[in-house]
Each structure stands twice: as structure tokens, then as C-alpha cells.
Design a binder for this molecule. Structure first.
Ligand code: AMP
Ligand code: GLY
Length: 416
């Protein structure tokens, strides 16, 4: 099979890396890809949101299976377009992806079908939202309705912070149209986990879980980022919790989407907080997480192609989708200054000096003859497996420090 992966982050490198071990895969294309995916296949100079460009690339390269990485591609309807033309593509339609692309849609669905989530009110009027914030307890969470590249959620400790977040979104439109409507949500307390399943719209594969780190600094200090590290499985994750999250959250959500006429096929991601009252949803995503994918793919023992084909063919219940008991830890190396301004074009050294059991996934790198160069904020994810989280963690950190570029920074407390 010739496979096309849409996207260009470390998540997509991890998918391409896993696909490259499938006996069914003969050739891999990535659009647009990065220096990591270029080592395993062909990068195509097409953006992840250029639906017509992607369609033309799939046609001209005789692609048998296309896999969608980022939500931005789902949001512009790449799955609908490919399907309408009879091409095989894994991922939810635009309508099903609303579980991620519209927080109001997701919240309404959860309320209607009794799926545990924080209480929230939805506003299209700035004045109404302001008055609401004046009278609710703090902390509270202000969420822009649409896609914001992970920046549209503000956890506000004080009323002033909440009012500022609201003004940024609704009045100053810092998220563009995505902030025209906002949710104001109660703040939930407890450990946060990310839970993933392959689903064909009816059946769900056994869940796999991971944790991610959003803040730039150790101890969760400083501004939010695209993700500074991940580990899988979470220490709290066991069969009882998996069963509870499956029966109370993931399975009812898949069923609800089908009942609403938007069956979800692909990878469903539940962002969950383990509160004292039980697991509650803070968000759904319609695709794999980044950086979670980098620690989850190394734990997939079965063939990734089979899992994706099962989501398309309605056979997830018959597919072999197996996860190892081993743990995996991933540490993200970022450019100096990130998530603020940073330089690019810096040579990355030491990639040949890492131990064999380590896998490095690329994100902000550009393919060069010889030395790869930095080209983005999040540059690499260094991952290691181990019999325990402690062992995986030690292995990962033993190798992170061998990779150097000017200004490189990383957190030292991933999976601690
Ligand atoms: P998101 O950009 O949707 O991934 O959300 C960013 C982060 O905000 C999440 O990872 C949570 O840590 C936090 N968050 C979102 N909703 C809530 C909530 N209701 N209560 C507490 N924290 C939240
Ligand atoms: N890990 C958060 C996300 O992928 O949205």
C-alpha cells in the first residue's frame, strides 16, 4: 500500500515511523512533513489545509490510504472531499469533527447524552458573558468556541483574569472568528489524562492513555505551549479506570455522534480530569494528541494500518489492536525563547550520538544535506521505552542532553 500522512509535526513523524514497520506499507508520503518524515519516505510540498492540493497529490501518487494528523485538515473537510471522490481516508468527517472544532457542539452533546463534564454557559454576546462572570465563583475557565491551535482556553483564578480573557476573545478577537462565541466553564480539579480509541462509529478499540505537559517550565510554571512532554500510561491508569472511562464517556460519545447523524470514524481523544466525583470531560479532540502520539505509538504492538482500515470498514471489533505493558516517556526539545519569539535555522548536533533504544521524532526541523536545522518552536521529541516509567524516564533523559542546538531548552520533570 502507498500511504499518505497529512501533517508535519512530531505526531505525524510518529505515525509515519509506526507505519514504516507495517509489512503492508510499500511507500509513505507526508504532506508537508519534516526532516524526520523525509528519512522514511517522500515529503510533498502541500499544506495540511490545502484540500485540493492534497486531493491532487493523493491522485497523482496513487495513494491507497490517507491518514489525517491535524485537526485543521479535518476542519476544512479533507475527509469529506476524499470520500466523495472514492478515495480511502481515515479520520472523521467535518460534521463528526465538530466534537473538537466547536466547543458549543461538544458541550451540548455531552449535556444531552449525560456524559460527565464541567458545567458551562455558552455566550454569543459579550455583555451577557461579562454579567455572568460577575456572579459566578472563581476560578473559572474561558474557552473560545472554535479552533485556536490550543491557545483559546484560559483557566482564570480571578474575576479580572476572566474578564480579560473574555475581552481578548470576544472584543479584541485575538483568536479571530473562533472567539466570536465563548464558553464559560466551571474549573475542574484533579489529574488530567488523555485517552484514545480507534472507532468505526459503532465499535471502539481498547483505550490507551497518556499524560501531557502544557507549560514551558518545570513544576508547570510559565506560559502554555504546544506540549513539552508526555508519558504513557499514566500511573493512575488501570483496568477499572479504563472500564469506567469507556462505559461512561468514550462509548456513549461515539454512540451519541451516530444518533445525531454524524458518526465518528477515526481516532477519538478524550481530555479528561479525574475529579473527586469521577472522570469528567474537559474537551474532545478528533485526532491523536501531540505530544501524546510520540509516547503512544511506540506502545502499539499491532499493525497501525489494520487499525485505521478497521475504522473505515466498520470492523474495529474484529481488529487486533494491542498495546504493550511497557511504558514510554517523551521529552520535547524546544527553541530558546519559545513559546515567545525564537530563532530558526540553527544546526542540530548529536542526533547520531543517541542510544539504539531511543526514538527521536522531528517537528520543527527542515531537511538538509547532512545536519538538520531547526525550523520551529518545538523541534524534537526524544522518546524511550522501558519496563517501568522510571526506567523509560531515565533512558530518555540520558539521551536528551546529547542533542544540542543553540538555545535548546527542555523540561527536566517529565514523568517525574
Ligand atoms: P485545551 O486547549 O482545550 O487543551 O485546554 C488547555 C488546558 O486547560 C487543559 O489541558 C486543562 O489543563 C485546562 N482546562 C480546560 N478546561 C478546564 C476545566 N474545566 N477545569 C480545569 N482546567 C481546564
Ligand atoms: N496534547 C494536546 C493536544 O494534542 O491537543
Amino acid at each position: 500500500m502507498k500511504v499518505l500522512v497529512i501533517g508535519g509535526g512530531a505526531r505525524e513523524h510518529a505515525l509515519v515511523w509506526k507505519l514504516s514497520s507495517s509489512p503492508q506499507v510499500t511507500e509513505i508520503f507526508t504532506a508537508p512533513g519534516n526532516a524526520g518524515t523525509a528519512m522514511l519516505g517522500t515529503n510533498l510540498d502541500v499544506s495540511a489545509t490545502d484540500v485540493e492540493g492534497l486531493f491532487a497529490a493523493a491522485k497523482s501518487n496513487d495513494i491507497d490510504l490517507t491518514i489525517v494528523g491535524p485537526e485543521t485538515a479535518l476542519d476544512v473537510g479533507v475527509v469529506d472531499r476524499f470520500r466523495a471522490e472514492g478515495l480511502t481516508i481515515a479520520g472523521p468527517t467535518q460534521a463528526a469533527a465538530r466534537i473538537e472544532t466547536s466547543k458549543a457542539f461538544a458541550k451540548d452533546l455531552m449535556t444531552k447524552y449525560n456524559i460527565a463534564t464541567g458545567k458551562a454557559e455558552f455566550f454569543t454576546s459579550y455583555e451577557d458573558a461579562m454579567h455572568y462572570i460577575q456572579r459566578i465563583p472563581m476560578p473559572a475557565v474561558v474557552k473560545a468556541d472554535g479552533l485556536t491551535g490550543g491557545k483559546g482556553v484560559t483557566v482564570c483564578q480571578t474575576r479580572d483574569e476572566a474578564l480579560t480573557a473574555l475581552r481578548d476573545a470576544m472584543e479584541d478577537q485575538v483568536f479571530g472568528a473562533s472567539g466570536g462565541q465563548v464558553l464559560v466553564e466551571e474549573c475542574l480539579f484533579g489529574q488530567e489524562i488523555s485517552v484514545f480509541t480507534f472507532t468505526d462509529g459503532v465499535h471502539l478499540s481498547p483505550l490507551v492513555a497518556a499524560c501531557d505537559y502544557k507549560r514551558i517550565g518545570d513544576g508547570d510554571k510559565g506560559p502554555n505551549t504546544g506540549g513539552m512532554g508526555s508519558y504513557s500510561p499514566p500511573r493512575v491508569w488501570d483496568d477499572a479506570l479504563a472500564e469506567q472511562v469507556m462505559t461512561e464517556i468514550m462509548a456513549p460519545t461515539v454512540k451519541a455522534l451516530a444518533v445525531e447523524g454524524a458518526p465518528f470514524q477515526g481516532v477519538l481523544y478524550g481530555g479528561i480530569i479525574l475529579t473527586e466525583e469521577g472522570p469528567k470531560v474537559i474537551e474532545f479532540n478528533a485526532r491523536w494528541g501531540d505530544p501524546e502520539t510520540q509516547t503512544v505509538m511506540p506502545r502499539l504492538e499491532s499493525d497501525l494500518v489494520d487499525a485505521y482500515l478497521a475504522t473505515i470498514n466498520g470492523t474495529v471489533d474484529q481488529a487486533t489492536i494491542e498495546w504493550t505493558e511497557e511504558a514510554c516517556v517523551g521529552v520535547v526539545l524546544v527553541s530558546g525563547g519559545y513559546p515567545g519569539d525564537y530563532s530558526t535555522g540553527l544546526p542540530i548536533n548529536g542526533l547520531d550520538d543517541i542510544e539504539e533504544e531511543i526514538t527521536v521524532f522531528h517537528a520543527g526541523t527542515s531537511p538538509q544535506e547532512g545536519t538538520p536545522m531547526t525550523s520551529g518552536g518545538r523541534v524534537l521529541t526524544v522518546t524511550a521505552k522501558g519496563a517501568s516509567l522510571e526506567q523509560a524516564r531515565e533512558r530518555a533523559y540520558n539521551n536528551v542532553s546529547r542533542i544540542t542546538f543553540e538555545g535548546a531548552q527542555y523540561r527536566s520533570d517529565i514523568a517525574k
